[in-house]
Design a protein around this ligand. Sequence first.
Ligand code: PRX
Length: 648
Amino acid sequence: MTTTSPIRLPALAEHSALWEGRARNVLTWRRPFLQGVNWSDPPFATWFADGELNVSENCLDRHVAAGIGDRIAIYWEGEPGDRVQFTYRELLAEVCRAANAFATLGIGKGDRVVIYLPLIPEAIIAMLACARIGAIHSVVFAGFSPQSLRARVDDAGAKLVITADGGIRKGKVTPLKGAVDEALTEAQSVEHVLVVQRTSGERGERLNLETGSAWMPEGVGWRPGRDMWWHEVLDAESSVHEPEAFAAETPLFILYTSGTTGAPKGIVHTSAGYLTQAVFTHSTVFDLRPESDVYWCTADVGWITGHSYVVYGPLANGATQVIYEGAPDTPHHARWWELVERYRVSIFYTAPTAIRTFMRLGRQLADPYDLSSLRVLGSVGEPINPEAWEWFRDNVGGGGTPVIDTWWQTETGAVMAAPGVHQEVFKPGSVQHPVSGVHLSVVRDDGTPTAHDEIGFLVAELPWPSMARGIWGDPDRFVDTYWSRFPGRYFTGDSALVDSDGDLWLRGRVDDVMNVAGHRLSTAEIEATLGAHPYVAESAVVGAFDEKSGQAVVAFVVLKDSQRAAAGEDAHAVTVLRTWVRDQIGAIASPRQILVVPDLPKTRSGKIMRRLLRNAAEDRPVGDVTTLSDTSIMAVISARLAAGHTED
Ligand code: PRX
């Protein structure tokens, strides 16, 4: 439950017992555990520590043993339209080959493997093969630059890097192997690079030959002795591999995520606790019926959502899922709806930013497609504004489909708060309540509970099974970042409020909280207000330095195509919106500047990079734009800002 005053929590033993029952139910153990949570050395928890299991066996072998080996695990579709599918039995055989291959290359328990791949089946196979042999994977999103890749390889001390010759996005090839070669110059730890053939050579079955020829690259750089083709190495291996049992707290993966300052943090997750909560939430939050559902989560495996809700949750649950390699608008804007129709997708989990993009493009895009198979929709990654929530339900979900807004983080490993899929009434924009077995509170600066409707800091009161076990190589930073601001509690970095019904509303990162002339304002609140105006498709608000008021509000707004005529000249739209914000929240929230822009800077996972906007608004160098899905957008925005300044 989300608590305001007074806080009532279960005893630790009772809390532990709830999750122990689930861990026994949802996982197959080689050695049953007797211990539940151990919280004697906070913030370093252990869960089920004396038990043993193999994560990959839980995702694959046990389904084959249970007689569902012929169920489709993955319908994969490449951006150009090439298709591959795997049954659980077939996926197991591939993972066994990869596990054998990794062992042949000298990779064993505790070794780190960096995976830098596009969203192709080999990414999932590589992750599961690592899990199978007790190696620790660190997936680095393929959109990261060579420098970012190098920093992660070095920090983890990776022995093996797995990449592809190229990745395909928006009809173009990104030369991933070239990026790896640049990244690994004189990298000390890396012994081998396995290269999946995706864009070069003769692999007709993987390429749509009609359009494929356009991507044939010039050739792939090769360092003999270090570099090997994935398919050649795997072809030499057996498709049988006996999975070893590992202790419950064996590290499963490191996933780097950006902090408020400095170097990215390598968030460490371990095996059994992580898997328990990923599996439990994947099943209950989405009401999964593995025998009949077709599930699709649009996240890339480079992010935590891809780890928990593309790989580990769905596969351990024996689900059938769709995985799509490419961009939602390639080769046409209705590509996602085409896929929903083709595979009869019933559960669809995506991000608000994607929903708002579709909203902007208009509902007619989906009209030619039969979306009637959808029965549950999910949202994750940032607050979803009520307009987008309703649009999603009505235009994609056909009106009666629940939209499950899930709040969680890389650090939490799995969903922490979401409405119940069967509840009668939903509150668009609110995640409503923690999932059962998770205890969240909203507190003030001094740690006391907020009153209803008062914005405060979101904290977790008790340890949970999928919680991060630390930051790789930096236990002090783990303690400082998450556990020191409110001793004994996990600080999420998010602001939130609990309304008078006890429902939880996320209000944006605390690092995005602005202080304008002594008043605390949430960027998310102003964005929600702008988003509620009919002109606005999407907006991003930042607090920019201001001599008079400390910070001032600067808003970047994308107008709906359908409202362009009504909005008139940009200057007119800006006046209307400024008055609107002032009227809705008060003069204090009135933006110093509203800028109409063609799009917002977003990562390829859909996160709006407000930091870049803040830099631009403060006349500082914008910073690294290489992770943006459109690397040119910041130049456009900066130019408009500069033009705005001259007009002023
Ligand atoms: O600010 C919250 C926001 O995303 C942050 C976590 O980002 P990341 O670790 O990249 O994980 C994203 C996918 C789980 C949170 O601190 N966030 C995530 N989901 C929501 C959200 N904000 C509001 N509502 C959500 N449903």
